[in-house]
Design a protein. Structure first.
Length: 327
């Protein structure tokens, strides 16, 4: 989701040029179609322009028709080679700049598996073993990752709320830092937030409860954008317009108050079945990550490669809506 830096058209699946770092639509993605300054500095990797064309036209009068065909062939060859040089090709090309959507797909596939185990098989113990990060079962090391993709099987609100945050705000971060770094950031923030909450509950002898959900990672994404674009307007519940900094800091304040109340009541930072401490940890990670990568975000042509100047900018539903479930 971005605008083409050449024609200004909105593009759902934009391309980022490796040579100039700008974002383009399909029509202008090739370097020669957007007058890429990198072409002037290209030292002909792989002999792209060493086509032997000059030798084919040295034959003189008899080579007129042959040179026309050779010229067209050379142009096609150059275009194919440039396309190869500016894209990954193959299956990987579908995930470049689309890691957010791959993560969302994984979340919903995991949710479908949860429903089968929890409701279809009625195996609630197996469900917890496979998908829930539990303080008394940290030996189930796979749950460190599966818990980030899992959500409460008894409520659609939990997964829909987190999906909305990831869908609308994840691409803005991914476009700026790149897909690989975004995936690492997403899972690292989700894992640290979940483990932090669980380990704190163990340290404070709080009642043991499992944790699951992508809320820690979702809050980390919001934290990054709070640093990069604090005045970006979002729509709370798709209706109420506000600056993202008011939304995120407001949620963080509420979560902090609830964590304090939970600790006073002997809890471990959770209240009402929501892991508020995990939210705060994720938000703090996002703030730190955003501060560390401010320069990278600016060089990507606006935060996340998206034109966000003035009071306008991408609008999306604010608030994680049911994050950080405790099951």
């Amino acid at each position: 989701m971005a605008t083409c830096d050449e024609c200004g058209e909105y593009e759902n699946l934009p391309y980022q040029c490796k040579r100039c770092g700008q974002t383009f639509c399909a029509e202008h993605r090739l370097p020669e179609n957007h007058d890429c300054p990198g072409l002037a500095e290209w030292d002909d990797p792989g002999g792209v322009f060493d086509s032997g064309f000059d030798e084919s036209v040295e034959g003189g009068s008899g080579g007129g028709s042959r040179s026309g065909g050779a010229s067209a062939g050379v142009v096609d060859q150059v275009k194919r080679r440039i396309d190869h040089e500016t894209s990954t090709g193959g299956l990987i090309s579908y995930f470049r700049n689309n890691a957010t959507y791959a993560i969302l797909a994984a979340i919903w596939v995991t949710f479908a598996a949860q429903l089968i185990v929890f409701w279809g098989l009625g195996a609630r113990g197996l469900h917890d073993t496979l998908f829930v990060l539990q303080p008394d079962a940290l030996g189930n090391v796979w749950t460190v990752i599966t818990s980030v993709l899992s959500h409460s099987p008894v409520s659609l609100y939990h997964i829909i709320g987190n999906s909305v945050v990831i869908l609308f705000f994840g691409p803005l971060v991914e476009r700026a830092v790149g897909s690989k770094k975004f995936v690492a950031f997403f899972f690292a923030s989700g894992i640290v937030a979940g483990l932090g909450h669980v380990l704190f509950a163990i340290a404070t002898n709080a009642p043991l409860a499992g944790i699951l959900g992508a809320s820690g990672a979702g809050f980390a994404i919001l934290g990054v954008l709070t640093v990069w674009r604090p005045n970006m307007q979002v729509l709370l519940f798709f209706v109420v317009p506000m600056k993202i900094k008011y939304l995120t800091w407001g949620i963080a304040l509420i979560s902090a108050v609830l964590v304090v109340q939970s600790l006073q009541a002997g809890g471990g930072g959770a209240a009402g079945g929501i892991a508020h401490l995990a939210h705060l940890i994720g938000f703090a990670i996002g703030l730190a990550f955003g501060k560390r990568n401010e320069g990278l975000a600016r060089s990507a042509g606006g935060m996340g490669g998206v034109s966000m100047g003035g009071a306008r900018g991408p609008r999306g539903p604010g608030g994680p809506g049911g994050p950080g479930g405790r099951f």
